[in-house]
Ligand binder design. Sequence first.
Ligand code: R5P
Length: 282
Amino acid sequence: MIFGGANSQSLAAALASELDDELALVDYERFPDGELKTNVGDVDPERAIVVGSTVDSDAHVRCLQLQDAVREAGASEVVTVLPYMGYARQDEAFAVGDPVSARAMARAISTGADRVLTVNPHETAVCEFFEPTATAVDAAAVLAEPLPDDLADPLFLAPDEGARGLAGTVRDAYGRGAVDHFVKQRFSGDDVEVTPSDAAVAGRDVVVVDDIVATGTTMSESIAVLGERSAASVSVATVHPLFARNAVTKLERAGVERIVGTDTLERPQSVVSVAPAISNHL
Ligand code: R5P
């Protein structure tokens, strides 16, 4: 039986359909003091699959509540799917006195799960914070599906070296094109400098691929550089379309032609589903 968190209802439904499993009707309410109230109804699941992107603090709490509720309902196996794992980028103590927030979140979630799956975490090493180790699901190939068939001399570009593998995965799924990466230096959350490679981009359709678009700074800088170099078009493909604050506006102002995201986060740009990739692990 599938139990979706409040932010992952569409993906939970897609997964239920993919697995031909039952979709539980979860109630998400709030007590008068602001605390979250979550109810899974009168169910008797054998295996419970909890699907919840922990995109904010409430989503984290809902995830823990769901895990507990399904165990209380008698589930003998609880599989927790974190389509998007919040805090995953805080995978070390960056300054004296900092927590390793990703580890803290992983430990909390581990207490209620027999298995954990997460989709394209920023660093796969974050899986080791879970007990037992979580499985990273690579769903990036699905980002090729919505791209038009007739991209001109396509270039699949990563904004930094860390995303080059993702760009290669999308290129392979698309079937043709080159792969390259820029060099990125981040000075603060909103201040990023991208240094282009010497790849020729004039007249080419470029697809910039990254695991996550958060503030949109990385992508908008990349799009601007590609525009200056006369790319024919720039598309953005991202596994996790977080789009914090005015990220979409930044991309549009920079001149993006299309934005393609998955449903790890439910946004208007979430045009493809990671449900098939997740179901392969269930
Ligand atoms: C970090 O290296 C990630 O791969 C992304 O590039 C980053 O999280 C994007 O963040 P933003 O949209 O805030 O520039």
